[in-house]
Structure formats: structure tokens, C-alpha cells
Design a protein around this ligand. Structure first.
Ligand SMILES: [Zn+2]
Length: 142
């Protein structure tokens, strides 16, 4: 993938450990793509990963690429690091994707601390040696 920094992030924060259920997500983020489960039967999206569809209980779920665009549903500015490695202040948020699901995430990048509810955001990726995290940043003018 072009544009990917050669060196992995040096931030020392707790990283997610891929499970059997979430592995397709982390394989996609490695390629700087955000994928969520979508039901083959009722076509609803869902987050977090589940064995069955929350809407119709189908087991026919397909990991499908999302737009990566959304809006800030709620947020809080974290002043006290939950563990060493976090640089404070930072913005913890719930982002509502265009596709509907809401994801817990951090808002990063320019103007992150001036974020407001309803701001347009887009996914960005941070590579660590173990895993690639998804985060969101404000869309200029959004
Ligand atoms: Zn369904």
C-alpha cells in the first residue's frame, strides 16, 4: 500500500489481540481497509463482530468494506491516561458510520481536540508491528 510509513508506530499502548471472530477485521486494517460484518440475508451491517446477525439471526455474515466516513455521535476528551503510553489529552469518541453502526474509537489528527458532535470524520490507520489500528480524523470543512 502506497503512502504507508516504513516504520511502525512507537506508541506503547495496549493493542487488540485478534480473535477467531475479529481476525478478518485486523487482516483488512493491515491493508488500510475498514471492513464490518454485513448480513447476506437482511443486508444489515453490524459492529462489533458476532457469530450471528443481530437483526435476523442469520449466520450468513460477510466481512465487507465500508466507506470509512461517518460523524461524531459522542466524544469525551481524556485528560488522564488509562495506562502508560497514552499521550493526553486525547479524544475518545463514538463514531456513527455512514453505513449505520457506531464504533468506539479515538479522534486523531489536526483539530482533534476541537471536535464537536456531528462533525464529519474519516477512518485513518496506524500501523504497529503486531496489528494496525483504525482511528478517525476530522474531515476538513466537515
Ligand atoms: Zn440479518
Amino acid at each position: 500500500v502506497s503512502g504507508r510509513p516504513a516504520e511502525p508506530s512507537s506508541r506503547r499502548i495496549p493493542l487488540p489481540v485478534p480473535s477467531r471472530l475479529s481476525r478478518p477485521l485486523w487482516e483488512a486494517t493491515r491493508e488500510h481497509v475498514l471492513k464490518l460484518q454485513r448480513c447476506d440475508r437482511c443486508h444489515e451491517w453490524q459492529w462489533t463482530p458476532q457469530v450471528i446477525c443481530r437483526h435476523c439471526y442469520s449466520r450468513e455474515l460477510t466481512w465487507t468494506k465500508v466507506s470509512g466516513r461517518g460523524t461524531v455521535y459522542s466524544y469525551s476528551v481524556v485528560q488522564h491516561a488509562p495506562s502508560p503510553g497514552f499521550e493526553t489529552p486525547y479524544v475518545f469518541a463514538i463514531v456513527e458510520l455512514e453505513e449505520g453502526p457506531r464504533m468506539m474509537t479515538d479522534i486523531v489528527g489536526p483539530g482533534a481536540l476541537e471536535v464537536s458532535i456531528g462533525d464529519a470524520v474519516e477512518v485513518v490507520f496506524e500501523d504497529f508491528s503486531e496489528v494496525t489500528l483504525f482511528l478517525f480524523q476530522r474531515v476538513p470543512g466537515g
